[in-house]
Design a protein around this ligand. Structure first.
Ligand code: SF4
Length: 894
């Protein structure tokens, strides 16, 4: 049920998408009943009106199903007064008994900058604990560390316009087509307009790789070798910008010498990376002869035990050629989360203090004075992996998690779920009641209902340093409150009322902006002093702004690019080349675990699916947790496409559906991390990763855990469609997906069809049940009706392939069924052809429709779009459509 209450007047509200770091502008038009129409903001410079499938479906995620609406203490509903008193009392007690550093905060790139700022200030200035880290540690902290080593500051030098203006775009460890789809459209547009070449470097030939002009499917973990080889090649080809290197950098000779020892020439680079020599040569030649090169990198680089070195190996090549801060040229870290950058700005990482300041004594003193902080910290805290290990060891006694789901997303997630049980105080500020993290319990557990997207009010910063407003357009349901208000109320109860007396988010933003400019004088990159006295009204109407925004001169109106002048934020203003370490996998494969498990994302889901999982459109593209494997490996391991397999590591196991694809390298596996305990019985992929941290950034390795794979054999598989969510018996494998009009479960079981019939039919007592049973062949179907209304539908078949449910989903959406449709439903023979599994989520176009469109004569992506609209909105399904084209045409010709 949707119980948002809202005045009926439809007003368009300009806000920002809450998913990836592209930071697209969104126009939300509330419908007066708790929902909203969603469109892209044509005036927002990140997306100019476009939205990807996730952004387009935001209106389908606003229901109050599964929302946390009231505070609770140890599972019992409590007043805010009582819950906040318990939090404050618990924090005080832990600080008194064990010291403040027994308290930890785990924050999120989903928080708004204002929330982040207040949490960071309370912990680091007033409680006096340095242990404040964030899920951004898992996302881009290696990029932060690489920036700091090279530039002396965590600065993204370029802007999105560089993607429009580049002649070559190198994408490293980035499935941009799926994970930053609107930026990928800009890249594809640039190719159409100016012939921009796309080079994709990734062990997996992803949908982005399918679109590449040159795809380099290198061995996992060898990115440093490739870019070391490139640096050597640039030097030997005389392609360096000697003036820039001499005048504006230090450390070149050492970095080049190290690069030579790692990858002395093209042949050695090819041998070490497993790439064809010709491809390495082609990449090096393209990079060498092209001035306008952007190298964009994301999680494939960052989520690595050598992520910082990988980032610096890339940056070295740009510094060596002076291709930085210039139109169409520069290294570019694509951030994963909507406000990863805002979190960095306020100091939400354990190795930062605030406003891009760290722990030099003068910085600590400056922040202490600015905050009038009684308990300012003086050094770094524990980063995410170490922080949760300290929870396991009992060193951390109190943990406050805000807006994130570490019990699913952290490496060794099963161990973390166990460790939480030992906490004296476990506080979760959440919008979702049934997340795995909200369902975990410590000795004292307090759940605090937080506002969700559409209710929150504040700012976020995207990958190009652009600060945009997230505006409220829905009234907060139940007792949900802003995170900053919750934290401030706890601060008041701890005796810090004056420092946390914020009347609104605008006041926090002003303080944050003032701190960025406080005693800055151009010594720190992050400076938004120009908006430190922004009025409430101006804040309410603020357009997207790009920092730096200094009060002084040139960058008063924001600055698109930095470092073109060769001035960096080091003491001598010179950038640093870094002599990177030779690459090595953090953990070698073994006889027991012969594969390398890579984890990542799918196109239509976000993080642990607490929001995108509510959308039937977004749930249709990938509806079960899966593992991708090369055809030769699949044959060798006895697993088949569509079957189930157990993927195990030294840390956990998951049962996943097999996807056989030649996009995988032999010896590699890939699994998406989105499924949680709430959406699948055994799909928690985070539990499998070891997460060995990068020694510089502390970012855990999530791309290379030694793993094993074996068939998971069940007697039969089936599906159950119901109007409301149902649970299946213990021991069954299942995965849940939202469908139009209800909820769907794919399942597998060792029970006989007769036993399944007995067990599941009983769920629908009192309803009219129509059945088809052929127990001798292990087949069973039923449909349950309430009058004319179809309320449940089950199909079970022997064997390991999951029965398709597209036709049944269509019947389920139709609600009331004609007698002929009832018969068809029971027989399993659809009256009309189904659309097939969803390919284009924006327009809800299925595989079978696209195949039919191609068969009918649409022989290009454009023609398919004209005929059935597939691929005409965000375009992130275009690689899949393109892949269907030759296959379908080949079939037609046969
Ligand atoms: Fe949202 Fe998609 Fe834009 Fe990312 S690319 S901000 S998910 S609409």
């Amino acid at each position: 049920m949707n119980a948002h209450v809202q005045a009926p007047a439809p007003t368009v509200v300009k806000t920002t998408c809450p998913y990836c770091g592209v930071g697209c502008g969104v126009l939300a038009t509330p419908d007066g009943f708790g929902g909203a129409g969603i469109a892209g903001d044509t005036e927002h410079p990140a997306n100019f009106g476009r939205l990807c499938s996730k952004g387009s479906a935001l209106g389908e995620t606003l229901s109050l199903d599964s929302r946390l609406l009231h505070p609770s203490v140890d599972g019992v509903r409590a007043s805010w007064e009582s819950a906040l008193g318990t939090v404050a009392g618990g924090l005080r007690k832990v600080a008194e008994q064990h010291g403040p550093d027994a308290i930890a905060f785990y924050l999120s790139g989903q928080l708004l900058t204002e929330d982040y700022y207040v949490a960071n200030k309370l912990a680091k200035g007033f409680l006096g604990t340095p242990h404040v880290d964030t899920n951004s540690r898992l996302c881009m902290s290696s990029a932060v560390a690489a920036h700091r080593r090279a530039f002396g500051s965590d600065t993204v030098p370029g802007c999105y316009e560089d993607l429009d203006e580049a002649d070559v775009i190198v994408l490293v460890g980035s499935n941009t087509a799926w994970c930053h789809p609107i930026l990928f459209r800009r890249m594809v547009d640039a190719r159409a307009k100016r012939g921009t070449k796309l080079v994709v470097i990734d062990p997996r030939r992803t949908q982005t790789g399918e679109e590449a002009d040159l795809f380099l499917g290198l061995k996992p973990g060898t990115d440093t070798t490739l870019f070391s080889g490139l640096l050597v090649h640039l030097a030997s080809a005389g392609a360096l910008d000697y003036r820039f290197v001499l005048d504006h950098t230090t450390g070149f000779e050492g970095a080049l010498e190290r690069a030579r020892s790692i990858a002395p020439d093209i042949a050695a680079t090819a041998a070490a990376t497993g790439l064809p020599e010709a491809d390495v040569g082609a990449f090096f030649a393209l990079f060498t002869r092209t001035k306008r090169v952007v190298t964009a990198f994301s999680q494939g680089v960052n989520q690595s035990a050598q992520g910082t070195d990988k980032g610096n190996a890339i940056i070295n090549c740009h510094l060596a050629t002076g291709r930085i801060g210039k139109t169409g040229a520069g290294p570019f870290s694509l951030t994963g989360q909507p406000n990863a950058m805002g979190g960095r700005e306020v100091g939400g990482l354990a190795n930062m203090l605030a406003a891009h300041m760290h722990f030099a004594p003068e910085e600590v003193d400056r922040v202490r004075r600015f905050w009038s902080a009684p308990n300012i910290i003086t050094g770094e805290g524990m980063k995410a992996v170490a922080l949760f290990e300290a929870v396991e060891r009992g060193k951390i006694k109190a943990l406050w998690v805000m807006g994130t789901n570490p019990v699913v997303s952290m490496p060794r997630a099963d161990a973390i779920r166990e460790a939480i049980k030992g906490l004296d105080l476990y506080v979760v500020s959440e919008a979702v009641a049934d997340s795995d993290t909200a369902c975990a319990t410590g000795r004292k557990t307090i759940l605090l209902p937080a506002q969700a997207w559409g209710e929150k009010d504040g700012t976020v910063t995207n990958s190009e340093r652009r600060i945009s407003r997230q505006r409220s357009f829905l009234k907060s349901p139940g007792e949900a409150r802003a995170d900053w208000a919750i934290i401030s109320d706890v601060a008041k109860r701890l005796g810090h009322g004056e420092a946390f007396a914020y009347p609104n988010a605008a006041a926090i933003f002003r303080e944050h902006a003032s701190l960025s400019a406080f005693e800055n004088n151009g010594t720190r990159d992050f400076d938004i002093g120009a908006v430190s006295d922004i009025s409430d009204a101006a804040y309410a109407g603020a357009k997207p702004l790009q920092w730096p925004l200094t009060k002084r001169g040139a960058s008063k109106d924001g600055k698109q690019r930095l470092f073109a002048d060769g001035q960096f934020f080091t003491f001598d203003k010179r950038a640093r080349f870094v002599a990177v370490q030779p690459p090595a996998l953090a953990q070698a494969v073994s006889e027991d675990f012969p594969f390398v498990l890579n984890t990542g994302r799918v196109r239509d889901h976000w993080h642990t699916m607490t929001r995108t999982g509510k959308s039937q459109r977004l749930s249709a593209h990938r509806d079960v947790p899966f593992v991708e494997i090369h055809p030769d490996d699949a044959a060798a391991m006895g697993v088949t496409h569509g079957g189930l397999a157990t993927v195990s590591t030294a840390h956990g196991a998951a049962v996943l559906e097999i996807m056989v694809t030649d996009g995988m390298r032999r010896g590699d596996l890939f699994a998406a991390f989105h499924w949680s305990g709430a959406t699948a019985s055994e799909g928690r992929v985070g539990a499998l990763a070891r997460g060995i941290p990068d020694p510089v950034s502390g970012q855990p390795e999530l791309k290379a855990t030694p793993a094993a794979i074996a068939p998971a054999v069940y007697r039969s598989r089936g599906f159950l469609l119901t109007r409301d969510q149902r649970s299946l018996p213990a021991g069954w494998w299942w995965a849940r997906a939202t469908i139009l009009g209800g909820s769907g479960l794919h399942f597998a079981t060792q029970e006989s069809s007769r036993e399944v019939a007995l067990m599941l039919r009983g769920m629908f007592q009192g309803l009219e049940i129509a059945e088809y049973a052929d127990h001798a062949r292990g087949r069973y179907r039923f449909a349950a009706y309430d009058g004319d209304r179809l309320v449940a539908c089950l199909a079970l078949a022997p064997g390991e392939a999951k029965p398709g449910w597209e036709s049944e989903k269509a019947y389920f959406a139709a609600d009331d069924l004609e007698p002929s449709a009832r018969r068809a439903l029971l027989s399993g023979r659809a009256e009309t052809a189904s659309a097939g599994p969803t390919v284009c989520a924006c327009h809800g176009v299925g595989l079978d429709v696209i195949a039919a469109t191609i068969a009918a004569g649409a022989h290009s992506v454009e023609a398919v779009g004209v005929a059935c609209k597939a691929g005409t909105n965000c375009g992130s399904c275009i690689p899949e459509i393109r892949k269907l084209l030759p296959q379908a045409l080949a079939r037609d010709a046969a």
